[in-house]
Design a protein around this ligand. Sequence first.
Ligand SMILES: CSCC[C@H](N)C(=O)N1CCC[C@H]1C(=O)O
Length: 356
Amino acid sequence: MRLQKLVSLMKERNFDGALISPGTNLYYLTDLHIHEAGERLTVLVVSADGDYRLLAPSLYENVVRNYPVTFWRDGENPYDKLAWILAEFHLSGGRLLIEDTMRADWLMKVIRLGSFEFHPLSSLMRELRMRKDRHEIEMMGHAAKAADRVFDEILSWDLLGMRERELALKIELAIRELSDGISFEPIVAGGENAANPHHAPGDRRLRKGDLVILDYGAKWKGYCSDITRTIALGRPDERLVEIYEVVKEAQERAYRAVREGVLAREVDGAARETIAKAGYGEYFTHRTGHGLGLDVHEEPYIGPDGNVALENGMTFTIEPGIYVPGLGGVRIEDDVVVHDGRGKRLTRAERELIII
Ligand SMILES: CSCC[C@H](N)C(=O)N1CCC[C@H]1C(=O)O
């Protein structure tokens, strides 16, 4: 069904075929669990005539069943087999879509199999994947609930004196208990480290007066959640409390700006304006959010250049932040779906400043 939609779009846009390597697009189109093929060539070949065949290592013989597939064994040259499939589908030349994330070593050998004009697969897949169906939104709801529950668990732990990396590990274990796994390595950033939006948890121990950014997500049936909360260990510096209130207000305003038909950049603008008016504009150093689904970062991006008009079924994060070097930072993030023309939060953990 999804593959048929891709084929229709390919025909409409005059593409002859597509070469899709393992990743979330392959999973979205086939439901096959081939996420980690490593160095062994694995490609789904799709023609605009509607033919399709997977080329896969024989390791997957027990995984890929009832699917048109050609297996190759270690010791064979898989590129010979790919050349045969391309010839059979009349794809040895022409306009082909190619997976944006295909490994460069595969790509360099694929290029030699014909005279192709390649275009990024994402240019079409974004149109298929940006609006989620009911089932997808339900899966994202499960992933979001797991993230909320983990936050409640974190609040019950004795955090004072814990190293950032220890807390990150505990968060990861709690996520794995409640879901299919993590959607990315958790971020735990305490005190001055919270001024780095993508801080890698280290040896710093959490101490009294710290604001701590906690950013993590769970996966459910492939779908991701992504939540950020910032908590205080004891009463923090008054400036940080003020910053917290500004970020909370910015997040709320951006959330309220979500409407069917509104441009992504208008949602970003609502957060950015709130922060700028409070005098912290230069410390909000990233976009307000990003699409969320099978990938943690996907379309639609909620930034100053976001030209996508929001539609029902789109899912994305709203996560403004303020990061002051040497002092610390605050980020508050929820996952949101456009539902009945307006935003609906999928993550619902407490957003008021919690002082432990
Ligand atoms: C995939 S790691 C980062 C997850 C995080 N929630 C996130 O997406 N961001 C943190 C800072 C801004 C934003 C980003 O766009 O990277």
